[in-house]
Design a protein around this ligand. Structure first.
Ligand code: GAR
Length: 190
């Protein structure tokens, strides 16, 4: 099985979806660690309760972005992952970091990329009058929410939707799309 480390910043519901999938027979990936950039990220406890080793590297504890990323890279050397999965990791990885795992870092973003990269995607989709929204799993490259799209799922934007109601509808699809896409990606690597 391929070894994956999941990166989170928050509640980690996508991380849990990946970890649950990884527990099912025949899934081609195991989650060997969860890394957060916040010591209080809710997902850390969830990962620990599933028996997954967790690590927190707070940016404020390091002098520079480079030093922060070096600490994460050193941690990864011990975990020897084949793949990295960004799952609500709200920090841009440098080109130098990406180079170490070129073509092997996936991200999920809650919009139909290339539409609405970056923050506040749901509010921006609503403000733009979109009738459809969704989520995208893509390979991470240097730009924010750029890189080759692997898969997308769509949901309707309904009258009266707020950013919160739309986010919840999209999140249901994220929890299906990310495990399915990781499976397909990992099988292609074999
Ligand atoms: C998810 O909706 C994910 O797509 C989004 O953050 C949320 C994390 O939720 N990611 C981004 O916006 C990245 N630009 P989770 O911690 O419950 O998985």
């Amino acid at each position: 099985r391929k070894r994956a480390v999941v990166f989170i910043s928050g509640g980690g519901s996508n991380m849990v979806a990946l970890a649950r999938a990884a527990q099912t027979p025949g899934y081609p990936v195991e989650i060997v660690g969860v890394i957060a950039d916040k010591a209080d990220a809710g997902g850390l406890e969830k990962a620990a309760s599933m028996g997954i080793p967790t690590f927190a590297f707070q940016r404020g504890d390091f002098d520079s972005k480079a030093a922060h990323e070096r600490a994460i890279l050193t941690c990864l050397e011990g975990l020897t992952p084949d793949l990295l999965c960004l799952a609500g990791y709200m920090r841009l990885l440098s080109a130098d970091f990406i180079r170490h795992y070129e073509g092997r870092i996936l991200n999920i973003h809650p919009s139909l990329l290339p539409l609405f990269p970056g923050l506040h995607t749901h509010q921006r989709a609503i403000d733009a009058g979109m009738t459809e929204a969704g989520c995208t799993v893509h390979v991470v490259t240097e730009g924010m929410d750029e890189g080759p799209v692997l898969a997308q799922a769509r949901v309707p934007v309904l009258p009266g939707d707020t950013a919160e109601t739309l986010a919840a509808r999209v999140l249901v699809e994220e929890h299906k799309l990310y495990p399915a896409t990781l499976r397909a990606f990992a099988e292609d690597l074999v």
